[in-house]
Design a protein around this ligand. Structure first.
Ligand code: 6MZ
Length: 361
């Protein structure tokens, strides 16, 4: 790239960082700072629970296949799943998103039972909610529109948690997660997600809990087509979730069905590339969906695991697909239509972004 190209790239990078953004697909344990993971692992090493030298290189390794990611998550859970660490990582993760001008964050996490640590799904979630309350104000980058009045909201209000059902779970455990989400609605929980290793678990196992969530008015998002599985993709599309994540491996007929459904898709460019779900970013199905104005939200999936950020995902989309600032602004703005929160904060953010759009436009 020549000097002018470099400068234009840097300008777009700064613009993507400064622009207010919405993140709707981030897993808590995939968003932990590497420095925190290493610190917690070292601590466990000193206590003789793990051998630090055995895990250090695994934590810092950069490229990972999809199956390797799930081995790593099990390690993350050993390192970071006690009440104090959960509270700490939640606070840090929200602060990190806030620091790059994410103004509304749906952070998802799998409530976990761990008898040896006196942890139940409910106490795990209490630790998460404690982390949200502990969020400090962070210094935000300045507005790309020279107008700072939208940056006065406490960052702790920006995060709406969703609860994930792990594909390893039983129907009863999935149901327990949905009941917990319903119980915690007043504490800000906004939805249910189905995630976990896509090579494990059967759709029929989770269907009762997902149906129950829907009956109770809890929005549902589902990881769909992360690996080829025509039968399940079909069933998911028939279920018609409120959003889906990834949508990488779809047959032509399912692809057409998805397009006709207008179900918003959480797009995770770096994640899909690093886990070999797409051959390269330029070959990503984003292009096809963008050309027909399909509702899409640029997301990170696991910013810690994949060394990315929402700003970086925006920059990747802008630079790879040659989108202008105005097109990127539109992409950021339409994401608001797909958020799960229907309370005051959602309306507030909608208004804020609309105000910015007016300022800008
Ligand atoms: C499917 C994923 C995922 O819930 O412990 N998770 N599930 N596909 C992905 N793409 C790479 N990335 C993360 O966060 C970690 C958990 O989120 C799910 C997995 O179940 C993982 O264990 P929490 O906070």
């Amino acid at each position: 790239m020549d000097g002018a190209g470099d400068a234009a790239g840097e300008d777009m990078k700064a613009w993507c960082r400064a622009h207010p953004k919405i993140e709707l697909h981030a897993h808590l344990n995939g968003s932990i700072r590497e420095s925190t993971l290493l610190e917690l692992a070292k601590d466990l090493g000193e206590k003789g629970v793990i051998v630090f030298e055995d895990v250090e290189h695994i934590i810092t390794k950069s490229g990972r296949s999809l199956p390797e990611c799930f081995i790593l998550f099990d390690l993350f859970h050993v390192i970071a799943t006690d009440h104090n660490s959960v509270t700490r990582i939640t606070r840090e993760v929200v602060e990190d998103f806030a620091a790059e001008n994410v103004v509304y964050l749906e952070l998802r996490t799998t409530p976990k039972n761990n008898e040896s640590k006196g942890m139940t799904k409910r106490s795990y979630m209490k630790a998460v909610l404690d982390g949200l309350s502990a969020v400090d104000t962070v210094e935000l980058v300045s507005s790309p529109f020279g107008n700072n009045r939208l940056w006065c909201t406490k960052e702790k209000d920006m995060c709406s948690p969703s609860l994930s059902i792990d594909r390893r779970e039983t129907t009863a455990a999935a149901m327990e997660t949905v009941n917990l989400a319903l119980e915690l609605r007043d504490s800000g929980v906004v939805g249910i997600d189905l995630s976990g290793n896509p090579l494990i678990g059967k759709w029929q196992t989770f269907l009762p809990a997902l149906t129950y969530a829907r009956e109770k008015g809890l929005p549902v998002t589902i990881h769909c087509g992360e690996v080829p599985n025509k039968e399940e993709v079909n069933a998911i599309l028939d279920f018609c979730p409120d959003r889906i994540g990834h949508a990488c491996f779809l047959d032509e007929d399912d692809w057409q069905k998805l397009k006709a459904s207008k179900i918003p898709i959480e797009i995770c460019l770096t994640s899909n590339c690093k886990t070999n779900c797409v051959p390269s970013i330029k070959d990503h199905h984003f292009v096809d969906l963008y050309s027909i104005d399909h509702p899409m939200i640029l997301c990170t999936d696991d910013p810690g695991l994949f060394s990315t950020s929402v700003s970086n995902e925006y920059y990747l989309a802008a630079s790879t697909f040659e989108l202008s600032k105005s097109e990127m602004h539109h992409l950021a703005f339409i994401a608001v239509d797909s958020i799960f929160a229907d309370d005051g904060s959602s309306i507030f953010w909608k208004r804020s972004l609309k105000a910015m759009k007016n300022d800008h436009g």
